[in-house]
Design a protein. Structure first.
Length: 127
């Protein structure tokens, strides 16, 4: 068994041992977006903005087990959004920010061992 396969198997076993099925990325986004946001600003949104994920991420990766998504998958997704969908830097960066936040929520709650989007830099905006 290769190291990534062993790591994946161990993570899935942890979920099963805890009595929960491994979650898809779509499941994790559902959980993240259903929790109220605490903000001291009056008029701030009450829930996270999942729209960028619904439009650009979940159609491509939503059915995958979240534990199988790698940094390379996220980097390919960001490249595809730029090349195939011809999205601007601001839109791509909002997708990346929402994806990072949702995956970080999954890490904090024990669904993922690490955030595969962590360390991926935003797309530079044109001058």
């Amino acid at each position: 068994m290769s190291l990534p396969t062993a790591h994946l198997a161990a993570a899935v076993r942890v979920d099963i041992d805890r009595g929960r099925a491994p979650l898809t990325l779509g499941d994790l986004v559902d959980r993240w977006s259903s929790l109220p946001v605490r903000s001291p600003r009056p008029g701030a949104p009450k829930f996270p903005n999942r729209r960028p994920l619904d439009r650009h991420v979940l159609p491509r990766l939503g059915r995958r087990l979240a534990i199988t998504i790698t940094r390379a998958d996220v980097e390919r997704l960001m490249s595809a959004l730029h090349a195939e969908d011809q999205l601007g830097a601001a839109t791509i960066n909002s997708v990346l920010a929402a994806l990072k936040r949702s995956l970080e929520h999954a890490v904090r709650h024990g669904h993922l061992p690490s955030n595969p989007a962590l360390g991926i830099r935003p797309v530079p905006r044109p001058a």
